[in-house]
Ligand binder design. Sequence first.
Ligand code: ADP
Ligand code: ZN
Ligand code: ZN
Length: 826
Amino acid sequence: MLEFNEISTAERHTLFIEVVLPLSISKTYTYRVPYELNNAIAVGKRVVVQFGKSKLYTAIIYKISDVPPQLYEAKYILDILDEQPIVTSLQLKLWEWMAEYYLCNIGEVMQAALPAALKLASETRIILNQSNIDKSALSDKEFLIVDALEIKSELRVSDISKLLGQKTVFPILKGLFDKGIVNILEEITQKYKPRIKSFIKLNEDYLASENLKALFEILNRAPKQQDALLAYIKLRKERAEISKSDLLEHSGCGDSALKALLDKQIFLIYNKELSRLFSEDDEELQEFELSKEQQDAFSQIEGHFNSRKVVLLHGITSSGKTQVYVRLMEKVLATGKQVLYLLPEIALTTQIIERLRKYFGSKVGVYHSKFNDNERAEVWKKVLNGDYDIILGARSSIFLPFQSLGLIIVDEEHETSFKQFDPAPRYHARDTAIYLSGIFDARVLLGSATPSLESYYNTKIGKYGLVELTERYGGVKVPEIKIVSITEETKGKTMQSHFTSVLIDQIKSAFSRKEQVILFQNRRGYTPFILCSTCGFSPKCINCDVSLTYHKTTGKLHCHYCGYRNEVLHECPACGSAHIEQKGFGTEKIEDELKLIFPEIKVSRMDLDSTRSRNSFQQLIDDFEDKKIDVMVGTQMVAKGLDFSNVSTIGIISADSMLNYPDFRAYERSFQLLSQVAGRAGRRDKQGEVIIQAYDIKNRVLHQVVNHDYNALFTSEIIERKNFNYPPFYRLIQLDVKHKNIVRLESIVKNLAAILEKQFGERILGPETPLVGRVRNYYIKTILIKVEKEGVSINKIKTALSSILRAFEPDTNNKGIVIQIDVDPY
Ligand code: ADP
Ligand code: ZN
Ligand code: ZN
């Protein structure tokens, strides 16, 4: 609280603040500031306000003025939470732009941007963080809250408010947060499964050197065990802890020798939780030199940056793009500026984090969705304090409160996961990053082995600079890719379940050389649908228009859209027949059948189902790296930037479904996915082998993949895009119109399309029923707006569209309608 005499009478005028509320409302709201808080007001600080009848929210101060609102009487703000702003004015500028560009509300942007721990609301649920709290250090009110949480384990902010008999409790809760005593209960509580690694240590009895000598003699008749002991002693000199896999690798002693030593209790095994994403020990910073080609690329990028904001680095897999990034980052850091390094969520593995920490030490901060909310709030505060020079993060890290960005790297820029589908803002992190760079006058480097058509096109028209790396680092050869006809092998009866004889032979020979294999099948579950062969009945989801997928691991039928589950059918509910067939195959089935064909091979699966818990994805990667797994079967997850030295063979189980997907980007996507998967093979010293199984072996995209010919893909696709008015020549805005009643939907959407056509003419396409015409009980129709790039202002179109929708949605004739706008749909 301010002393009275600090407020001069001149300052005793009434201030009003416009705030952003974390809600999907189209406006900002104005509140009145009590005099005594006048001096504490600043843009970007959080205030507590009441909105609606009784709900309290954390809002962000957006503008300050002394003009009261015209249409309503401003309520007082209840409190200010921050000493210093937690959102910068540059961030607010970004929020404004996103709301305008993606046709959403600024409150929705705030929702996406701020970690929940920074935006308490009445509804927020609070839990205790630790069990043994020093209660003597708590204030009376804090004590009451902690006490209540020990009994009830979870309380809403509004409950706490009742408990203390006071309206605003946010500042008290903020204090408890800052002390780490309470946490936010997250909507989807992630099952925490810690990453475990096994370590080996020598029994203390043998530590004394004379005992060790004696031990060596005892082991004279077991040379392998001696090897293990020797390797242990050597490794012990270099590091504090020795993992089981390191010991096996360095000694070459084999599992049985190690087991014998463990049985005799000469070695002891212990498991350790790797709870942190990276180790805290100061690693020695690593030196490296760029190759000639990398050096050239580096100079060209710098050259382009003199005249252009954005450069695309088109470098084949394993060409060493990361090394080039590192050199650029060093240069930017030397000027005192920050770097944002964006990666698709899935590629954010310890591999890349550790690699960067080798070069930059603890200056690297990491931000992604597997972090819980409090961890995210912590990173937010550190970025605000300028504690990190580099932020390595997924999509949402564009929202962090940067101080002085100099460079944004968007690695794997073609990745569709940079686009947020749901909820609004439906933003693309790459495109948003380019706007963000403008705010800071920073540069953007896009990197990919298979660039998006849009970005590559932008280099062709001179908007972006283009730099290419065409060789793998260290002269490693690109993998050899073969297409194998499933049709032929089926005719010749040489298929073994879903595997061609060619693929089977490759797997065998890789296994005999102790090399690892990755198999790619872009469908999860066991069988994607079930069919009664008597009457043709096929079980569907009760909430969505899709077939249910059989999952062997749960023994149930699953809907991949809403999560609905049902029991497996043994007889047809329509005709009673027992002839139930399973059609198609997903990763579970591939895994299963492979185990039948090769019982001696260790097979694991990497897909959405096997990686749901917090660390299971990383654990699978660790196990694969430690060679505890011979074959990894997976969906596109296996394609994302994993770098394994021992993978020599890749199999694509079936390329056709991807190619035939009804989307104008299907060929581009297939090329990217197949090339990226293929790029996992033979990454260090050996040439890899890739087998693509397909029915349609003549498809041009497959041959473009085989020839590593991105240019051919680009040339053929860009013509199609031009002919059919698609990006990059046209901009797209997609409206998803939803209603629970199909008849109502059809008539409402027809009206909407007519209104839109009147305004935008032939730019309107549809309404059409999408591939899945009902999800979670909402029927869906889509309307597509195609806007030419020349001769018309996209901003005017967007403004006109918003005003049409603003009038349309609340109309009582259109009750129950939900309209979602997706600008630049992916
Ligand atoms: P990309 O990101 O282009 O697929 P990477 O950056 O992962 O390629 O490089 C592939 C491999 O080559 C990595 O193991 C990396 O450490 C190594 N490498 C690349 N450039 C160099 C260099 N200049 N010095 C040492 N190792 C390098
Ligand atoms: Zn039937
Ligand atoms: Zn469903």
